[in-house]
Design a protein around this ligand. Structure first.
Ligand code: SUD
Length: 205
């Protein structure tokens, strides 16, 4: 079994007149978070942690802030894409831990609800999600919300029964296609989401 860790960070300024959404939860507060999307600082940090864990780039490479399609978008869309990248790479979540750094609102009274909502969006148990909060003491950033997230992933077990793979290649040039026919066109983890086959044909004769 192999394991991967990921880390994500995000920040958004508070802004009057917009709803506050954190961790996919609508929270009663006089101000919301400014952003191209719904400004969900927590889901953005978790999305980046997931993408980073499988070397798939970052939220901005998938959903550029310059793209009008993501204006006002609900951030669980970004999270869903990151979860798909994790699954495609052959991993699943072990646990997620987070820290919210913000003066207001206080997070402790809603931490249980937040944990359940984030767990639901991630498809994990609430006990596999950590929600913590910090007052930004001495940082002079009382009008900003910051989120940090770490994730631990483990590889998904393949079937216990080994599958025998036997085939022949007519000519050396066909070897890539022959191997692809045996193992499929799956992909390994690669830098910034670049697709590459999950096998290395250099050693084959
Ligand atoms: C979620 C979205 C939806 O549009 O918008 P917001 O709601 O946060 O505004 C975006 O995905 C939010 O993308 P985010 O990644 O936070 O934005 P930025 O920090 O501006 O980074 C945009 C892109 O520029 C890259 N970047 C950023 C800073 C830097 N010095 N060099 C870079 O190359 C980042 O890697 C990213 O790929």
């Amino acid at each position: 079994m192999s394991m991967r860790i990921g880390y994500g960070f995000d920040s958004h300024a508070f802004k009057p007149g917009v709803p506050l959404v954190i961790g996919g939860l609508a929270i009663e507060h006089p101000e919301g978070l400014a952003g191209h999307s719904d400004g969900d600082v927590l889901l953005h940090a978790i999305t980046d942690a997931l993408l980073g864990a499988v070397s798939a780039g970052d939220i901005g490479t998938f959903f550029p802030p310059s793209d009008p399609r993501w204006k006002g978008a609900a951030s669980h869309i970004f999270l869903q894409t990151a979860l798909e990248e994790v699954a495609t790479a052959g991993y699943k979540i072990v646990n997620v831990d987070t820290v919210l750094v913000m003066a207001q609102p206080k997070i402790v009274p809603i931490a249980g609800e937040l944990r359940e909502r984030v767990a639901e969006l991630l498809g994990v148990k609430p006990g596999e999600v950590g929600i913590k909060a910090k007052t930004p003491e001495g940082l002079n950033q009382d009008h900003v919300a910051v989120a940090h997230a770490t994730v631990l992933l483990e590889s998904v077990k393949l079937a216990d029964t080994p599958v025998q793979m036997v085939t022949t290649a007519e000519v050396d040039d066909d070897i890539d296609e022959v191997v692809k026919g045996l193992v499929g066109d799956s992909r390994d983890i690669s830098a910034l989401g670049r697709k590459r086959p999950a096998f290395d044909t250099d050693d084959l004769t």
